[in-house]
Design a protein around this ligand. Structure first.
Ligand SMILES: [Zn+2]
Length: 69
């Protein structure tokens, strides 16, 4: 998953982050990709926290979508 901004020709950094589905708690192998510069900013950390707090696995996402319809 790409998080934040990656400028053209910028070096990309990859992180392996433990991510858990916020609904069923299943752990999801999370690989986050971001630009080298952005990954060192506070915004990146905030965005990553936000992402983790709102993460749903594919199954729960489907479930939610179906409930809405
Ligand atoms: Zn789930």
């Amino acid at each position: 998953m790409i998080l934040g901004k990656i400028e053209k020709d910028e070096k990309r950094v990859k992180f392996n982050v433990p991510i858990f589905c916020t609904d069923c708690n299943k752990s999801v192998p999370g690989r986050i990709i971001s630009g080298e510069k952005y990954s060192q900013t506070r915004e990146f950390k905030t965005e990553l926290e936000h992402f983790k707090k709102n993460y749903l696995c594919g199954i729960c996402r489907d479930k939610k979508r179906r409930q809405k319809n």
